[in-house]
Design a protein around this ligand. Structure first.
Ligand code: ADP
Ligand code: MG
Length: 258
């Protein structure tokens, strides 16, 4: 993404931001609340159309990127919540993720599951493999509502992986996870980077610093720093942007959750 600007009405959410996710790298996108992270993520998903700027994928400019084109382009995403279909089992939810025409709607999702037996068997096998990678095979026949939130998040990730994307977009994948679960998620993201690129929007700094190859820092819609985790951590502009947040982190150490 090059020179991306987005304004909502009169509000400038992003101003001339550029970010490139290199093949096989984990690229972190961080910044204080309201920095524009989700807006940039949504630009990458085709959910928000930039006012200015270019999106280039595999050397080709995507002029009218739409969410439903993502899978065909080799891009998968998970959203900030979970977004599983309540009326489908875990296995069916993951199988739906493999369908290139799968849309965000229960009925279109249901009809998107191919009917040819051979396709269905192959799809089922791929979905089970994706669940296995997320240690979630045991939940294949369950309905999402009956499962703890962290398990639902793993299922949502399995659904994003079932198409074997070249680029995986993750918005706050660690939210609601325990320290141990977050650590496992970090290991998983590192392992995935062996076969795909990852754009990681996340506010858990230790996770970001541990798993990312490169990091872009936004503040008030502007790009204030970019580089390796060490470079970004040493950048005074980043420390300054996070000053308010650091005070909160300190308060949390006294026993209060942030
Ligand atoms: N749909 C929208 N309409 C109007 N303003 C928006 C919209 N989405 C985001 N914004 C504004 O854009 C700025 C960046 O928001 P966001 O991308 O959600 O930040 P972050 O994810 O970093 O917290 C904020 O000032 C926010 O209020
Ligand atoms: Mg956000």
């Amino acid at each position: 993404m090059t020179g991306i600007s987005v304004s909502f009405g009169g509000v400038t959410a992003l101003s001339d931001v550029s970010l490139t996710v290199e093949p096989g790298q984990v690229h972190g996108l961080i910044g204080p609340n309201g920095a524009g992270k989700t807006t940039l993520f949504n630009v990458a998903c085709g959910l928000v159309r930039p006012t200015q700027g270019r999106i280039v994928w595999r050397g080709e400019e995507l002029r009218r990127l739409k969410p439903k084109q993502l899978t065909r382009l080799g891009i998968s995403r998970t959203l900030q919540g979970v977004g599983l279909f309540r009326g489908l089992t875990v296995l069916e939810n993951v199988m739906v993720g493999a369908h290139r025409h799968a849309k965000a709607g229960f009925f279109s999702a249901l009809f998107a599951v191919p009917t040819a037996d051979r396709d269905e068997a192959r799809l089922r096998a791929r979905a089970l493999a994706a669940l296995d990678e997320l240690d979630a095979t045991a939940y294949a026949g369950r309905y999402p509502d009956s499962l703890p939130y962290p398990v639902q998040k793993r299922v949502a990730l399995a659904r994003a992986l079932v198409v074997e994307p070249e680029l995986l977009l993750l918005d706050e994948p660690a939210s609601g996870l325990s320290e141990d679960e977050m650590h496992d998620l970090g290991d998983l993201i590192r392992a995935l980077s062996g076969r795909m690129s990852v754009l990681l929007v996340e506010h858990h700094m230790d996770l970001v610093m541990r798993v990312c190859d490169r990091i872009t820092v936004l503040d008030s819609g502007e790009q204030i720093a970019a580089g390796t985790p060490a470079e970004v951590q040493a950048d005074p502009a980043v420390t300054e942007a996070y000053l308010g947040d650091e005070v909160e982190v300190g308060a949390g150490a006294d026993g209060r959750e942030g």
